[in-house]
Ligand binder design. Structure first.
Ligand SMILES: [Zn+2]
Length: 215
C-alpha cells in the first residue's frame, strides 16, 4: 500500500481510538509495518492536528527521517514486529481499565471466553521499565512472543494484529476484559475463571471460524 494511504489509516485509527474512549490525551501511539521498518505517529502532536506528512518512517535500524521525531515509544513497537512476524499493526494506549489492572501488576485471567482474542488464557502484564527505554522493549518482546496483547505495568496496553482495524478492535476488547475483571474483583478475589481446557477449545474455534469484526 502507498505510504500516504497507510499514513491516513494511522490517523483515522488514532481518531477512532479517541472516539472509543481508549485514549488519554496524547498518550497513545499507533504504527504499521512498512518497508522493513514502520510508519508511526510522531511525538507530542494532538491527533486532530495530524496530517499524513507528520507520520514518521523508522527503518529497521531505528533511524528516523530527518526533521521528524517519532513517538518516544517507537522501540517497543519495533520489539512487537520482531516478536510477531504475523503482526502488521500495533496500537498502544493508556486506557483506564487496562492501566488500572497494570497497576495491580496482574495479568487479566480467563474471566470470560473472549480472553482468547489475545492468543492464550491470560492477557499478561509486562514488568515495569521507564517509557521509551530498551529495557521496556525487551519486556514487551518477551510478553508478546506468545500473545497479541499485553498490559504494561504502571503504564497501559499494547495490542497487535494483521491490520490496523483488527489491532484497534483487539485493544478495545482487552479494555472491556479489564473492566469486567475490575468489576468482579471489587466483589471477590480471586475472581472465578474458566479452565484451561475450555480456553483451548475457544482458541481452536477462533482459529477455524476467524474473528468477525462488527462494523
Ligand atoms: Zn505509553
Amino acid at each position: 500500500m502507498e505510504r500516504d494511504v497507510l499514513a491516513r489509516e494511522i490517523i483515522d485509527t488514532c481518531l477512532e481510538m479517541t472516539r472509543l474512549g481508549l485514549n488519554q490525551g496524547t498518550a497513545g501511539n499507533i504504527s504499521v509495518r512498512y518497508q522493513g521498518g514502520m510508519l508511526i505517529t510522531p511525538t507530542g502532536t494532538p491527533y486532530e492536528r495530524l496530517t499524513e506528512s507528520n507520520i514518521v518512517f523508522v527503518d529497521a535500524d531505528g533511524q528516523f527521517e530527518e526533521g521528524k521525531i517519532p513517538s518516544s515509544e517507537w522501540r517497543f513497537h519495533q520489539a512487537v514486529y520482531q516478536a510477531r512476524p504475523d503482526a502488521n499493526a500495533v496500537v498502544h494506549n493508556h486506557a483506564v481499565h487496562c492501566t488500572a489492572v497494570s497497576i495491580l501488576n496482574r495479568p487479566i485471567p480467563a474471566i470470560h471466553y473472549m480472553i482468547a482474542v489475545g492468543g492464550g488464557n491470560t492477557i499478561p502484564c509486562a514488568p515495569y521499565a521507564t517509557f521509551g527505554t530498551k529495557k521496556l522493549s525487551e519486556h514487551v518482546y518477551e510478553a508478546m512472543r506468545d500473545r497479541k496483547a499485553t498490559l504494561l505495568q504502571h503504564h497501559g496496553l499494547i495490542a497487535c494484529e494483521e491490520n490496523l482495524q483488527k489491532a484497534l478492535w483487539l485493544a478495545h476488547e482487552v479494555e472491556v476484559l479489564a473492566r469486567l475483571y475490575l468489576t468482579t474483583l471489587a466483589i471477590v478475589d480471586p475472581v472465578p475463571v474458566l479452565p484451561d481446557e475450555e480456553i483451548a477449545i475457544v482458541l481452536e474455534k477462533f482459529k477455524s471460524y476467524g474473528l468477525r469484526i462488527e462494523e
